[in-house]
Design a protein around this ligand. Structure first.
Ligand SMILES: Nc1ncnc2c1ncn2[C@@H]1O[C@H](COP(=O)(O)OP(=O)(O)OP(=O)(O)O)[C@@H](O)[C@H]1O
Ligand SMILES: [Mg+2]
Length: 310
């Protein structure tokens, strides 16, 4: 199955034997499907409605597609997260016709509103405090141990400094050397024993009507320093309309970042460098909107860094 040029694989793209296996395991035929907006992946990521009205969430791709390894990693993580973690339950993993489907409990609600008008951002900061206030339990550490952390390898400034693009903003151009040095420091600071979601954006959260803000898409989950998710959330808040000044204050004061300002700055620098570098690359197939998002995120990250470095 080639990667679709735009949009996601649909339920009808899934081989019939795997669809039959899922309906058998779920004990009812699928009567409706809905692909929520959000994310940049090309795999199936859809809510399935079953006869009788029950809903489940399914992610599926061919086994040859690297997204299957990510989905299987996510399934292992969902099963190993401690009770009370803000994540949906894993319902099962099913394989047929060299495809793999991961079935997850369905969350009902929109993406959270991270703008200053809503209390969702506040709730998200509180969840991050709870998630990172103690070391990850052993089953979680075991679940993520086989997959190298992608957070640790984030970078971009050294490449940009070697051949600065003409459209690089002055705020970056004026301190390229400093940014390259900070990102060089990041990999040595990237180890830690806390739970890290690793891809925290509004579209990787659902504000469930019963459970409140819940994190989804644990495909990049790893262990690391407590600051990673809070520092990832920060540019998302700027994108949602918070001022960089306010978000810089939040980062200064939040328990996950307050005690590790150097690690927080190094991570934010590496993440922002990754966005600035990748935003300027050709668009990959099957991920419409990714480069435009990276341009916006790069600007938000740089606005925050300008505060932290001045
Ligand atoms: N358990 C769930 N219940 C309801 N909706 C969900 C659930 N998990 C994810 N979603 C919705 O589906 C969208 C896609 O899911 P998810 O982010 O897990 O897929 P993805 O393909 O890995 O995305 P990405 O492109 O970010 O890598 C999310 O943005 C969210 O809106
Ligand atoms: Mg996602």
């Amino acid at each position: 199955m080639p990667v679709p040029a735009t949009g996601r694989l649909q339920w009808t793209d899934v081989p019939t034997p795997l669809r039959a296996r899922l309906e058998d395991a779920l004990d009812a035929p699928v009567t409706d499907t809905n692909t929520p907006a959000g994310g940049f992946g090309h795999q199936l990521a859809a809510a399935l409605t079953l006869r009788g009205g029950r809903r489940v969430f399914v992610k599926a791709a061919p086994d040859a597609d690297p997204l299957t390894a990510a989905n299987v990693h996510e399934a292992a993580v969902l099963q190993a997260l401690p009770p009370g973690a803000p994540a949906p339950s894993l319902l099962g993993v099913h394989r047929a016709s060299r495809w793999t489907a991961v079935v997850i409990a369905h969350l009902d609600g929109p993406h959270p509103d991270l703008s200053p008008a809503s209390t969702d951002a506040e709730q998200t900061w509180a969840l991050l405090d709870k998630l990172t206030s103690s070391p990850a339990p052993a089953p979680y550490r075991a679940a993520v141990s086989a997959t190298p952390s992608t957070a640790a390898s984030l970078h971009g400034w050294a490449e940009l400094a070697a051949d600065p693009p003409a459209d690089l903003p002055a705020a970056a151009r004026d301190r390229l050397q400093q940014l390259a040095e900070l990102e060089t420091a990041w990999p040595a600071l990237a180890c830690g024993d806390r739970i890290v979601h690793g891809d925290l954006r509004a579209d990787n959260m659902v504000r469930d009507h019963h459970h409140g803000v819940t994190f989804v898409d644990w495909a990049h989950a790893t262990t690391g320093p407590a600051c990673i998710d809070a520092a990832s959330l920060a540019p998302q808040l700027v994108l949602a309309g918070h001022t960089p000044e306010d978000v810089a204050d939040l980062l200064r004061d939040h328990p996950a970042t307050a005690t590790s300002p150097e690690t927080t700055t190094a991570f934010l620098t590496a993440l922002t460098g990754h966005w600035h570098r990748n935003a300027r690359k050709p668009a990959p197939p099957g991920a419409p909107g990714l480069r435009a998002y990276q341009h916006r995120a790069a600007a938000a990250g740089l606005a925050l860094l300008s505060h932290r470095l001045s």
